[in-house]
Design a protein around this ligand. Sequence first.
Ligand SMILES: NC(=O)c1ccc[n+]([C@@H]2O[C@H](COP(=O)([O-])OP(=O)(O)OC[C@H]3O[C@@H](n4cnc5c(N)ncnc54)[C@H](OP(=O)(O)O)[C@@H]3O)[C@@H](O)[C@H]2O)c1
Length: 247
Amino acid sequence: MVIGFCGSGSMAAAMARGWAADADGMLFTDSGSGRAADLAAEVGGEALDSNAELAERADLVVLAVKPARLEEAAGELDGAGTVLSLLGATPLERIEAAFPQADVIRVMPNVAVEVRRGVLCVAGAEAPEVRGMLELLGHVVDLPDEAFDAATAVMGCAPAYLALAVEALADAGADAGLDPELARELVVETTAGTAELLRIRHPADVRGAVASPGGSTEAGLEALDAEGGREAFEAAVRASLERMRGS
Ligand SMILES: NC(=O)c1ccc[n+]([C@@H]2O[C@H](COP(=O)([O-])OP(=O)(O)OC[C@H]3O[C@@H](n4cnc5c(N)ncnc54)[C@H](OP(=O)(O)O)[C@@H]3O)[C@@H](O)[C@H]2O)c1
């Protein structure tokens, strides 16, 4: 399958890196920054001068522009047969209206698609070949269109929140005397292992297994509580949702 990325920013790059070994070809456009050529050189694809050529040559057009550019890009992608929209906070109905002739699929990926461990929420047209490509990038979940904003807040935005937690823990480890690189390695590997464990155990069980009464982890959890740790994450999700909903 030849994949054409309309837009060559952060998310296009993450998906293209994840697909690099499997796509039959990858084509890229941008709006003049040169990022399409850089990405094409990195993953072994081709940068094109126009979205019209992209629509003509790609089996699948990945719409990877900012949501405000939807109509502009759609006008330039006339003739696209199958469109995969990555646009945040943009319902299927709006994408279908912009591409009345195309099969439209909406997907909300997260940046971990780059290492094929992403989460990808999907709605829209049935397209088994496209689904097969998405499954190469991680865990695919079918989702009603109206649930996308809430899902985006906890799986699209969350890599940034988790990265902040990792950074804060590593910095605290360095402040406590560890070599900064070592502190980061310890926290990153702990995060990866904890994620595996959380696939089979409830978060409360994992907390309970680490925090024995009167122990050092309990002291840490109490400090997190006192500083509003849980509320801070809840506030982050609320703020992301409010921004998506334009309120
Ligand atoms: N970043 C994430 O984690 C994430 C997660 C899920 C979904 N998304 C969604 O993915 C989409 C892209 O986000 P991003 O973070 O990758 O944005 P980004 O880094 O700003 O990239 C946007 C890209 O679109 C290009 N562009 C704008 N107008 C164009 C046009 N008419 N034709 C071709 N290319 C055009 C830009 O060109 P220039 O390079 O020339 O400026 C840029 O390469 C958004 O709709 C976002 O909601 C992002």
